[in-house]
Design a binder for this molecule. Structure first.
Ligand SMILES: Nc1ncnc2c1ncn2[C@@H]1O[C@H](COP(=O)(O)OP(=O)(O)OP(=O)(O)O)[C@@H](O)[C@H]1O
Length: 239
């Protein structure tokens, strides 16, 4: 069964069409990677799925329900969580306090009701030892982990990751991949936008390619990466 389904979704900013008739399904429990050149419309696609922006045309179904006109807040409450390309935690709040904010708002519950779950999330994302440290004092990898934790604190069924591996060393990247694999193994469906291709392809089962807002490829990661179109358009290699 598909957890997410987009049908003929389009979005323009003025004369610029940023999402062009996008249609695809994400089966429950799958990890889907999204690649494409800068400005291809990847983050915009996330904003359409989360409800941060509305589509001009088309429909979005989540768990069988048409959420096209549903607010971002309600989509979050029903299980769509995301991390942002540029982490913006509350720098002066501790890691744990940052999670409490995400969990209480993202689940519409009191702090008392979410405390244990927040501690569980920090265990899984390996940040529990830093729970009482202000977010502003974290290393880059820890900030990435906090961004992931804030998304997980909303208890998503569908987790959207926006370029979470950028800027990390290879060792840090591998550590983050292990955590993402662990989250995926718990049954969370993942859609991951990433320019660090080896990180992405080590996790996802399918790859979607966007170019000028159009879905130009969707399928097995190895086949997609080897395709002439992707090599030319995405990697800039003439084959
Ligand atoms: N709110 C907006 N108003 C006007 N133009 C926008 C808006 N949001 C995005 N755009 C434009 O839409 C295009 C796609 O942007 P988007 O951020 O979705 O691309 P992207 O594939 O995520 O790029 P990157 O890989 O660089 O993050 C860009 O040309 C961008 O300038």
């Amino acid at each position: 069964m598909s957890i997410l389904s987009l049908k003929n979704v389009s979005k323009s900013f003025g004369a610029l069409t940023v999402t062009d008739d996008a249609s695809f399904d994400v089966p429950e429990g799958q990890a889907l990677g999204i690649i494409g050149p800068n400005g291809a419309g990847k983050s915009t696609l996330f904003n359409l799925i989360t409800g941060n922006i509305r589509s001009d045309q088309g429909n979005i179904h989540f768990q069988g329900r048409d959420v096209t006109k549903v607010s971002a807040m309600e989509r979050c409450l029903t299980g769509i969580g995301r991390s942002f390309q540029i982490p913006q935690p509350f720098e002066k709040l501790t890691v744990f306090e940052n999670l409490l904010v995400a969990a209480t708002h993202g689940r519409n519950l009191s702090e008392r009701d979410v405390r244990d779950d927040c501690a569980d999330v920090l265990e899984r994302t390996e940040l529990i030892k830093r729970a009482n440290v202000p977010a502003g004092q974290l290393s880059l990898l820890e900030r990435k982990r906090l961004e992931l934790s804030r998304a997980m604190a909303t208890q998503p069924k569908l987790l959207l990751l926006d370029e979470i591996a950028g800027g990390l060393t290879e060792g840090e990247c591998q550590a983050l991949i292990r955590t993402i694999k662990d989250i995926h193994a718990q049954g969370v469906t993942i859609i991951w936008i990433e320019h660090v291709l080896h990180a992405l392809t080590s996790v996802v089962e399918r790859l979607l390619v966007l170019d000028f807002g159009k879905v130009i490829g969707l399928g097995d990661p190895d086949e997609i990466m080897a395709s002439k179109e992707v090599q030319e358009i995405y990697l800039g290699i003439e084959v």
